[in-house]
Ligand binder design. Structure first.
Ligand code: NOJ
Ligand code: NOJ
Ligand code: CA
Ligand code: CA
Length: 708
């Protein structure tokens, strides 16, 4: 009887999802797809500062500020508060489909001996990654949060900070909690007298180089030694525990400060276990362009918070130090440099920078910035309270407690309208950006994917109106109303034949968004997640016009077994291929081939972080040492793909070099060291190849002498 009822439900769900009214537009946005956020809008919550749903779990004494007047204390916000807001429709009505919450793990209870008596309210001072922060809630409440969110079609992303535990001092073990780490309640070790070698003891970083930032402490935070097998296993087991709770995404703290090799093994662990969308924090300042940042976004297997985008938009609409021409250059540069621009997470502000809106500023700037972010490439992330025009410069003033939850603010409505458009028009999630009309004040750009088109027109001037002539669009002939329903004074747009737009005026502060939907004739891939995978694991391909009958999927020239197929989403199994980068394509049952999408990095297998050390490698000025070897993770003997430059300042000193590399586990790898200069001139090491058998699990170390 029960069995019958269940199968009827299954049939109904199948029919509904294939033929239901939402089948087309909503398939990509479902909480079932944890590796695609292109149709989502993320809302970033500092858990302690959002809503206090349970006064019983609030800390007492020096940890707590009941009225939140001391912004360095706990203020009582918790998961029950978020659950309440989920239930009253605050997120749903705003169009929010993902919540990023503070690191949920147990933090230190100690209070800093500074004037404010600073606490761990922000969640970045972990002590036990396998327990909850009791001031946020219990494991059961966390589960209720996930379940409630999922019932509303909302994903939950956790912040995760595997770079460090908490503030510690080598010489003063009584300082704070000495960075002590616990494993579900039992002590693993602390920072002083660290006989197990759990932490780095190289002093604090001066941020002078990537190496310095990785292997020395970030401020005074006890810095993990990820090459330690206990630490490696502990952190990977911990993230699995949260994945088992059903989280849908991870924001990784301080990715610039952890060995890139270890992080790749961490991503492989996640993707081989329960793949979820993961994005890292690599802070960039205003006008900072860093090739290392793009390299990370393209090779780490995770996306990045798009600091390039956020900082530039702040320059244009917050401090006025740049204009739309500069913004458009950033869009062009970043679309060329990110391999998957659509997967980077865009934002206007966060807990580490001044809030976008500030006292005395025109809220219009926030409105326009939201309109631009929500219609641009990337996954938009709204910092809590932006929709209420909260202000606050610097930490902790940018982390005030949210007191207003008004659904009628203009910002709230703009987010709501454009979040809906991100679901119904795939050009916003997947499309490329084309500038159509520009000056310092006006930016008119178009996003297109298949036959879906969105045209956006913005005038940021406070005084000047512009008559827009000679504008061309990919929108077909017709009249278009503003998708923002004139919230920012947008008018309707008239498009003639050949995409000629009738001249119109763009008044000061006006923004309009114009949309048309069409069905692509051929299968069109918009996004694939994850883009790093071992053979046999699953990738999810999103897009449109795949057709309703099963076709085929190719990863390079290999055929990927199809696990599920719908018109907008395919799940396929990565075939057995040699490690390397591959392009993916879809062929419909009728034989029409899609665009190619990639690269997807197929790994040579389960990964292990190995520290390769080479001694006595003397170099001439301008030369650095790299490692190259016989697996794709070591560049397949291609000097241009060698891993490095290796480091020589902290763990070993010149002429000793080291680098932590993610390589296949349990494999005999062959390699050599090369000397390379900035122009790419290569000097190969002489003699026989080096050999090393990588551990079948956990990290390893390989030490060689350079062969002159
Ligand atoms: C970056 C976080 O966003 C910041 O708030 C934190 O203090 C540091 N990483 C250290 O975890
Ligand atoms: C050149 C290296 O010198 C050698 O040791 C290595 O075996 C080959 N590349 C592999 O092609
Ligand atoms: Ca509370
Ligand atoms: Ca570190």
């Amino acid at each position: 009887m029960l069995k019958k009822a269940m199968s009827l439900t299954v049939v109904f769900v199948l029919i509904f999802s294939l033929y239901g009214p939402f089948a087309d537009n909503y398939a990509n946005a479902s909480t079932d797809n944890k590796v695609n956020y292109s149709n989502d809008v993320i809302y970033q919550i500092m858990t302690d500062r959002f809503s206090d749903g349970n006064a019983n779990n609030n800390p007492t004494g020096s940890l707590f500020s009941a009225d939140c007047s001391n912004l360095r204390k706990y203020c009582g916000g918790d998961w029950q508060g978020i659950i309440n807001k989920l239930n009253d429709g605050y997120f749903t009505d705003m169009g929010i489909t993902a919540l990023w919450i503070s690191q949920p793990v147990e933090n230190v209870y100690s209070v800093l001996n500074d004037t404010a008596g600073t606490t761990s309210y922000h969640g970045y001072w972990a002590r036990d990654f396998k327990k909850t922060n009791p001031f946020f809630g219990t494991m059961q409440e966390f589960q209720t949060l996930i379940n409630t969110a999922h019932q509303k079609g909302i994903k939950v992303i956790i912040d995760f900070a595997p770079n460090h535990t908490s503030p510690a001092s080598e010489d003063t073990p009584s300082y704070m909690e000495n960075g002590r780490l616990y494993d579900n309640g039992s002590l693993v070790g602390g920072y002083s007298n660290d006989t197990k070698d759990l932490f780095h003891h190289n002093g604090g970083t001066d941020f002078s180089s990537i190496e310095d930032g990785i292997y020395r402490n970030l401020y005074d935070l006890a810095d993990f030694n990820h090459q330690n097998p206990t630490v490696d296993k502990y952190l990977k087991d911990s993230v699995k525990l949260w994945l088992d709770m059903g989280i849908d995404g991870i924001r990784v703290d301080a990715v610039k400060h952890m060995p890139f090799g270890w992080q790749k093994t961490f991503m492989e662990t996640i993707y081989s276990y329960k793949p979820v969308f993961t994005f890292g924090e690599w802070f960039l300042g205003e006008n900072e362009v860093d090739q290392n940042y793009y390299n990370f976004a393209n090779t780490a297997g995770m996306s990045l918070l798009d600091f390039r985008f956020g900082q530039k938009l702040r320059q244009v609409l917050r401090n006025g130090s740049d204009n739309w021409n500069g913004f458009n250059s950033m869009i062009t540069e970043s679309e060329a440099k990110y391999e998957q621009a659509a997967d980077q997470v865009t934002f206007l502000d966060n807990h580490d920078m001044d809030r976008f809106h500030f006292d005395g500023a025109d809220v219009k700037n926030t409105d326009l910035a939201l309109a631009v972010m929500l219609t641009s490439r990337g996954v938009p992330n709204v910092y809590y309270g932006t929709e209420q025009y909260m202000t606050g410069n610097g930490d902790p003033n940018n982390r005030k407690k949210q007191t207003s939850f008004n659904k009628t603010t203009k910002a709230y409505q703009i987010i709501s309208k454009l979040a809906a458009l991100r679901k119904s028009n795939q050009a916003l999630g997947y499309g490329k950006t084309k500038e159509r009309w520009i000056n310092n004040d006006v930016y008119i750009y178009e996003r297109t994917f298949g036959k879906d088109v969105v045209l956006v027109a913005v005038n940021k001037s406070k005084t000047a109106s512009y008559n827009i002539t000679n504008l061309t669009t990919a929108l077909s002939a017709g009249s278009y109303s503003d998708q923002l329903t004139s919230l920012l004074n947008g008018n309707s747009l008239s498009v003639g034949s050949g995409g000629a737009v009738s001249a119109f005026d763009l008044s000061p502060g006006e923004a309009g968004v114009y949309s048309s939907n069409g069905t692509a004739a051929a299968p069109a891939i918009g996004q694939i997640g994850p883009v790093m995978a071992v053979p046999g694991s699953t990738i999810t391909i999103s897009g449109e016009s795949f057709g309703t009958s099963v076709g085929s999927v190719k990863v390079g020239t290999g055929n990927a077994a199809v696990l599920s197929w719908s018109n907008t989403e395919i799940r396929a199994q990565v075939p057995v291929l040699a490690g390397g980068n591959y392009q993916v394509s879809v062929t419909s049952s009728g034989g029409t081939v899609s665009n190619t999408y990639g690269p997807v990095e197929v790994l040579s297998g389960k990964q292990s972080s190995v520290r390769f050390i080479v001694n006595n490698a003397t170099t001439s000025p301008g030369q650095s040492v790299y490692i190259v070897g016989n697996v794709s993770e070591l560049g397949n003997w291609d000097a241009a793909k060698a891993i490095g430059p290796m480091y020589n300042q902290v763990i070993t000193k010149y002429p000793g070099w080291y680098y932590d590399v993610s390589v296949p586990a349990g494999r005999n790898v062959e390699f050599k060291f090369i000397k390379k200069d900035a122009s790419g001139n290569v000097v190969w090491e002489s003699g026989a190849n080096h050999f090393y058998t990588t551990p079948s699990s956990g990290p390893g170390t390989s030490i060689s002498n350079f062969q002159n």
